[in-house]
Design a protein around this ligand. Structure first.
Ligand SMILES: Cc1cc2nc3c(=O)[nH]c(=O)nc-3n(C[C@H](O)[C@H](O)[C@H](O)COP(=O)(O)OP(=O)(O)OC[C@H]3O[C@@H](n4cnc5c(N)ncnc54)[C@H](O)[C@@H]3O)c2cc1C
Length: 469
């Protein structure tokens, strides 16, 4: 028997159900990864993430080689060509069964259905990306939860009752084999600031749990501090699994925290948000299709001001916290969660620009770009999503900056033109700059926040009026 494991967003050998099951029965196992540069461009993913994938593939290839499994990288331009390519490969290599972990985007699901139709062999698909499998948590009426809190309660009850399944690295199927070449063609941007491979991800996880789990709840909103795990790039590509996160927490704390106030609960709660958005994406395919979760919000009258959009993208809005965050994204490929919420609120509720443009911009820049969390975060901020921020909740960028970067350390890190501004003036620095640094070049605010906020609320109120007619 020959089994083929098709790696996608599960670039790990530990806790990998498809790999584990393929190797369990004594069959000879080979592995492939199919690079689709055309699909990559269509999805608008970031060149820095592509580079990160290439580096993980190389690490994965080495780990698989030690298990006696050789990894081949194939290329198909788009998903449309994948079924024929796989059918040919399966026939050439004499494969008896295909193993893969599920991907949840609509295009990935369509591709997988086409693959199953094209292949004459069994295709076995597993849940490798959530602790609790998609679709298995429902309300009493059998529907998907649309609100986070009852979802999280059900999630916690399930894990408390049934635990979670953590799979070991499979036993080697023989002597090591040479590691294959795993080059990816196409545009890439250096991701070297992030160490690649499962071992690096595991070390980061262990270090976070040992040092930061306790004060995560209190410190996680301060972007100048390294108080969060920075594990999102690894979770997004499946280099790390959420089960591994739970196991590391449990090892550190002695048990999992199942209720608010227990040590580590705040971090677990974020992992549950991750699962909430993934479950939603499976049940509501429209979320993969650029459509709002709340259909009535499709009627919102968004601004098409390209100049304002460019100012936002390039960090030239005149609001330091927004500009610092956007320049951080541009230069590093990553952004802190509090800042993602602020810049998303600013784009949609201060500039009144469609959340879809922000979502796409994030995707094209983020090393951790991931459809479910990105879409969930954008629709939450825009007020169009499941359990979204209430439409009248509009973050004030200046008071948020004062609150979460009180000394201006984060601002100074990314805005060199504000290097000399004292903490008391840095959150709204124009008066100070005009007095002390004539010709400073830092732009004036592109909008008046108070007026922009009123306009945003009026946009949503207009929706209610439409419903009433
Ligand atoms: C507008 C917007 C866009 C976002 N886009 C993405 C994205 O493309 N990819 C992505 O992984 N996350 C995204 N997030 C969620 C969140 O900002 C990041 O997961 C988090 O900042 C990553 O930092 P961390 O690894 O230190 O997280 P930690 O605070 O250490 O949290 C641990 C893990 O939980 C998950 N997580 C944390 N917060 C959230 C959340 N709000 N929603 C879903 N999962 C969460 C992540 O996998 C994260 O690595 C977005 C949030 C917003 C508001």
């Amino acid at each position: 028997m020959r089994h083929l494991v098709w790696f996608r967003t599960d670039l790990r050998v530990a806790d990998n159900p498809a790999l584990y099951e393929a190797m369990a029965g004594g069959a000879r196992v080979a592995a492939i990864y199919i690079d689709c540069p055309g699909q990559w461009r269509r999805h608008g993913n970031a060149p820095i993430q592509r580079d990160f994938i290439a580096r993980h593939l190389s690490a994965l290839s080495e780990r698989l080689a030690l298990l006696g499994v050789s990894l081949t990288v194939l290329e198909a331009d788009t998903f449309a060509e994948v079924p024929a390519l796989l059918a040919q490969w399966v026939a050439q290599q004499g494969i008896d069964a295909l193993y893969a972990n599920r991907e949840i985007g609509i295009n990935e699901r369509r591709r997988d259905r086409a693959v199953q139709q094209a292949l004459a062999i069994p295709c076995r698909v597993f849940n490798g990306d959530c602790v609790v499998d998609h679709g298995s948590l429902t309300t009493r009426g059998g529907d998907m939860f649309k609100v986070f809190t009852p979802f999280s309660r059900a999630w916690l009850a399930r894990v408390r009752g049934s635990g979670y399944r953590l799979l070991p690295v499979p036993a080697a199927q023989g002597a090591p084999v040479p590691a294959g070449t795993t080059m990816l063609e196409g545009e890439r941007r250096c991701s070297a600031a992030w160490p690649a491979g499962e071992a690096a991800a595991g070390q980061r996880l262990a270090a976070f749990c040992a040092a930061r789990l306790d004060d995560y709840g209190e410190r996680r909103d301060y972007p100048a501090e390294a108080a969060t795990s920075s594990l999102s790039p690894y979770l997004a590509l499946g280099v790390l699994s959420p089960n591994q996160c739970l196991a590391a927490m449990e090892a550190e704390l002695g048990q999992l925290p199942f209720s608010r106030g227990e040590r580590g609960f705040s971090w677990l709660n974020e992992l549950i948000w991750r699962e909430f958005y993934r479950h939603l994406l499976v049940v509501f395919p429209r979320l993969s299709m650029h459509r709002a979760f709340k259909p009535e919000t499709e009627a919102l009258q968004w601004s098409r001001d390209d100049e304002l959009f460019r100012a936002w993208c390039e960090g030239r809005t005149g609001y330091p916290i927004i500009d610092a965050a956007m320049r951080c994204l541009h230069q590093s490929g990553w952004m802190h969660n509090r800042l993602r919420m602020l810049v998303a609120s600013f784009l949609t509720k201060d500039l009144h620009i469609d959340w879809r443009r922000g979502e796409a911009w994030f995707m094209s820049r983020l090393i951790d770009g991931e459809l479910a969390a990105n879409n969930g975060g954008w629709q939450w901020a825009a007020g169009t999503g499941a359990d979204a921020a209430p439409y009248f909740r509009v973050f004030n960028p200046t008071t948020q900056s004062e609150r979460f970067d009180p000394d201006g350390d984060f601002l100074r890190r990314w805005l060199p033109e504000l290097a000399a501004v004292p903490a008391g003036a840095i959150h709204a620095p124009h008066d100070w700059l005009d007095r002390h640094c004539p010709g400073h070049g830092y732009p004036p605010p592109v909008v008046d926040h108070a007026r922009a906020r009123r306009h945003a609320i009026a946009m949503f109120d207009a929706l209610k009026d439409r419903e009433a007619v």
